[in-house]
Design a protein around this ligand. Structure first.
Ligand code: HEM
Length: 139
C-alpha cells in the first residue's frame, strides 16, 4: 500500500472509531453534571470578564450555560442533543475578532483549571472547539 493509501485508511479508521461512540472525553469531563458545572462557571466568568464581558451584557448566563452544556456534551461523545443555533448564525452579527476568540479560550482554561480538569483533557476539548473560529470570527 502506498503511504497515501495507508494514511487514508488510518484516518478512516480513526474517524470510524470516533463515530462509533467514543465517549471517553465526555467521561473525563465528569459527564453531564461535570460539564454543566463547568459551563455555569464559564458563562459567569465571560460576563464578568473586563475584556470581552460587553459581548455578553444582555446574555442570561444560565441560558447560555445550558446551550454550551448540550453542545460540549455532544462534542465530547455524550448522550445529549444540541438544539441551539448554529455557530455561524448565533455569532454572525457580533463582530468577533480573533483576539476575542483567544480571550474566550483563555477564560475557559481558567474555568477548567479551577475545576481541576487535567491538562490533557483540557486540550482534547480545546482541539474540538478551535476549528469553530471559522464560523465565529468575522473580523
Ligand atoms: C469555540 C468558541 C465558542 C463556542 C463553542 C460558542 C458557543 C455558543 C453557543 C452554544 C451559543 C448559544 C447559541 C444559542 O443560544 O442558540 C453562543 C452564543 C453567543 N456567543 Fe458564543 N461561542 C464561542 C465563541 C464566542 C466568542 C469568542 C464570543 C465573543 C467574544 C461569543 C459570544 C457569544 C454571544 C454574545 C452569544 C449570544 C448569547 C445570547 O443569546 O445572549 N461566543 N455561543
Amino acid at each position: 500500500m502506498s503511504i497515501r493509501n495507508t494514511l487514508i485508511a488510518l484516518s478512516l479508521l480513526l474517524s470510524a472509531s470516533a463515530w462509533a461512540g467514543d465517549d471517553s472525553l465526555y467521561r473525563e469531563l465528569g459527564e453531564k453534571a461535570g460539564i454543566a458545572r463547568l459551563m455555569n462557571d464559564f458563562s459567569g466568568r465571560l460576563k464578568r470578564d473586563e475584556r470581552i464581558g460587553t459581548f455578553f451584557k444582555e446574555t442570561n448566563p444560565k441560558a447560555l450555560a445550558e446551550q454550551l452544556t448540550d453542545q460540549v456534551c455532544v462534542l465530547s461523545g455524550g448522550p445529549c442533543k444540541y438544539e441551539g443555533a448554529t455557530m455561524k448564525n448565533s455569532h454572525a452579527d457580533l463582530g468577533i475578532a480573533k483576539k476575542d476568540f483567544n480571550i474566550l479560550v483563555e477564560v475557559l482554561q481558567q474555568s477548567m483549571d479551577d475545576a481541576s480538569i487535567p491538562f490533557t483533557t483540557q486540550n482534547r476539548l480545546l482541539a474540538l472547539l478551535a476549528p469553530m473560529h471559522r464560523d465565529i470570527v468575522t473580523r
